[in-house]
Design a protein around this ligand. Structure first.
Ligand SMILES: [Zn+2]
Length: 368
């Protein structure tokens, strides 16, 4: 194992933070797999899983190249206020750490004119080189920009990008593009995801789509002239909820990630094969949002993982001033896969999501 540490210059004088990346296998070996956890800073399940994964990788025969960034966001990890870790949002700019990642195809499309040809493998290598050059040329005038450039520098040319997150209260689920359905199915069966939410472009330029959308955009631009492969399988893995943090679960999740790494040929000699049941793969636009009818106290009638029917009561919101108890019905039939953290709510606030098979939302599909 080799490790690389990048120093991020702090925006305030006299401060800096460091970002570490551990590498296993031989540089340039295929497949190249990139894993990170904690992009949203305060999501501990994935961070703990990677702590359990590192010794497994150190003991394994890594035949590809595996890069692990064990905590991806030292900027966010330092943000506490009101005695709570804030996470998710960068305090200075109020931007979501997992939105607004650079669009690599827009940055390097012009530079690729005249450099692609009839060989898809050659185009893959040419495009990855263009991605690396584009990332190296990204601005680094703030800690946030330095941070984005460092993470993308490690991940932009990977064959697989696994971004480990968690939700508030949730079953294990993941987000993926429709580009490589066999990899999505394999990952679900390896890690035991109960749901895969599929979308090509969700809006907002999340980290996972920063690795899939560029291939789509380049194919739109060059595809009638030259073959452009789906060069990266990228996913956001939601390792259940904020409080699902224990060593037993994390150790099992780390072993499941090894099973996936073995299944895609990054590791050899691992004894297990993907054995979890197939997960439903549903459109992200079919994940219907549930909103609070009034402000007050939320009491849940069902837990994440429940299969619900349209109109079924999921929760009640009690207004403590009037005592009125408003029901919260399911907007569609499907799997209630997640709900919010707090038992208090504001009127109109998003409370939960129910994944159905029919698209009910379009446009910007990710919550802020
Ligand atoms: Zn997250």
């Amino acid at each position: 194992m080799a490790s690389e540490t990048v120093q991020l210059t702090g925006d305030s004088a006299g401060t800096r933070r460091s970002l570490v990346c551990h590498r296993f296998g031989s540089p340039g070996a295929a497949p190249r797999v990139y894993l990170q956890a904690g992009l949203h800073a305060d999501e501990m399940p994935g961070i703990l899983i990677l702590q359990h994964l590192l010794p497994l990788l150190a003991a394994a025969r890594v035949t590809g190249e595996v890069l692990v960034v064990p905590f991806a966001n030292p900027l966010g990890l330092s943000q506490w206020a009101f005695q709570r870790p804030l996470g998710r949002i960068e305090a200075e700019t109020l931007s979501n750490f997992n939105r607004g990642w650079p669009e690599l195809a827009a940055l390097c499309g012009d530079a690729l004119e005249g450099r692609l040809g009839p060989d898809p493998a050659a185009n893959l290598a040419t495009i990855r080189k263009a991605f690396r050059d584009a990332v190296a040329g990204l601005p680094a005038n703030s800690a946030l920009q330095e941070w984005r450039r460092a993470l993308l520098g490690w991940s932009c040319d990977a064959d697989y990008v696994l971004d480990l997150h968690c939700d508030h209260f949730a079953v294990m689920h993941l987000y993926a593009s429709p580009a490589r359905p066999a990899d999505t199915a394999l990952l679900c069966r390896a890690v035991g995801a109960e749901l895969a939410l599929i979308q090509d472009v969700s809006g907002g330029n999340a980290f996972d789509e920063a690795h899939t959308v560029p291939w789509l955009r380049l194919r739109e631009r060059f595809g009638d002239r030259f073959p452009v492969p789906d060069g990266c399988f990228s996913t956001t893995l939601e390792y259940r909820g904020q409080f699902d943090v224990d060593d037993g679960t994390a150790a099992a999740d780390a072993r499941n990630l090894m099973t996936f790494l073995a299944a895609i040929g990054a590791v050899t000699g691992w004894p297990d094969a993907p054995a979890h049941p197939d997960a439903p793969r549903l459109p992200l636009g079919g994940a219907a949002e549930v909103f609070a009818p009034q402000g007050g106290v939320v009491t849940w009638a069902v837990a994440p993982g429940a299969k619900v029917a349209e109109g079924q009561i999921l929760a009640h919101v009690t207004d403590p001033e009037t005592g009125s108890r408003a029901p919260v019905p399911a907007p569609v039939s499907g799997l209630m896969f997640r709900r919010e953290l707090w038992p208090s709510c504001l009127r109109g606030q998003s409370l939960a999501h129910v994944a159905g098979s029919t698209v009910v939302r379009t446009g910007h599909l990710l919550s802020d």
